[in-house]
Design a binder for this molecule. Structure first.
Ligand code: KIV
Ligand code: NA
Length: 279
């Protein structure tokens, strides 16, 4: 498979071929995503919850992100790798964002970074793109700002809200972002924003009018215990958790019952040598 670059993504966008993005946080999850042929892998700060068991994204550190980015980069042959700048690593100034992004590229081996925010982040996006670091922006529901947003709620639902979202999307485009994630916005709003931009929109909970889609891998693969909340926009394509549980329970039961390991799982020794050894 060929390496996906910004040029490849640009030509997909021109041809209106939907761009497929999926999160990965470690070697195995990146390996399977890359083998499946996704166009972009996102080392998302959703790592905080789904990979580290933290309450929200605000606790994950740049160093933790870097370790995961490196693991993802080792497994990824073809997909374009985007890494999230975690909360606290970029808001203070464009210089802080640049220093963090350089670490993401040099140590994390990502091809681009993602950061949350619209108009307020435009100077930062301009600084990063001027330094040659591609930026994927993220507007609408921005989980790092959940406390300011009053929780996880659909964004851009009113005309005023939709106009705000459009202004944010235009600002990140003018600042040089190569694309923008639209999270949890009405389908029609996402469609119109997509039509008005000349960079791809990557939707999550934003309908099919976007230029591409992104999902959290554990959500779409069904790799979570029963009863865990998953958002309405997730389609569950598998039951990886259930399959792991079945396999691990069977292993446990077979060891307890003395059925595993069987003869075929063992290394032989010549019978006369065994006898001599036993003596
Ligand atoms: O952290 C993440 O996984 C994300 C995507 C869901 C867009 O930001
Ligand atoms: Na994120």
């Amino acid at each position: 498979r060929k390496k996906i670059t910004l040029t490849t993504l640009g030509s997909m966008y021109k041809k209106r071929e939907p761009i497929v993005m999926l999160t990965a946080y470690d070697f195995p999850s990146a390996h399977v995503a890359d083998h499946a042929g996704v166009d972009m892998v996102l080392v998302g700060d959703s790592l905080a919850m789904v990979g580290l068991g933290l309450a929200d994204t605000s606790e994950v550190t740049l160093d933790e992100m870097l370790m995961c980015c490196r693991a993802v980069a080792r497994a990824t042959q073809s997909a374009f790798i985007v890494g999230d700048l975690p909360m606290g690593s970029y808001e203070i100034s464009p210089e802080q964002a640049l220093a963090s992004s350089i670490r993401m590229v040099k140590e994390g081996r990502v091809h681009a970074i993602k950061l949350e925010g619209g108009r307020s982040m435009a100077p930062t996006i301009a600084r990063l793109t001027a330094a040659g670091i591609p930026v994927l922006a993220h507007v609408g529901l921005t989980p790092q700002r959940q406390n300011a947003l009053g929780g996880f709620r659909v964004q851009g639902k009113s005309v005023a809200g939709a106009l705000d979202l459009l202004a944010d999307a235009r600002a990140v485009q003018e600042a040089g972002a190569f694309g923008v994630v639209l999270e949890a916005v009405p389908e029609d709003v996402a469609r119109v924003v997509t039509e008005k931009l000349r960079i791809p929109t990557i939707g999550i909970g934003a309908g099919k009018g976007c230029s591409g889609q992104v999902l959290v891998q554990v959500d779409m693969a069904g790799n979570f215990p029963p009863g865990r909340y998953i958002p309405k926009f997730v389609k569950q394509y598998g039951n990886v958790w259930g399959e792991s549980l079945r396999a691990i329970e069977q292993y446990k039961n077979e060891v307890k019952a003395g059925e595993y390991p069987a003869r075929e799982h063992t290394y032989p020794m010549k019978e006369e040598d065994v006898k001599e050894f036993e003596r």
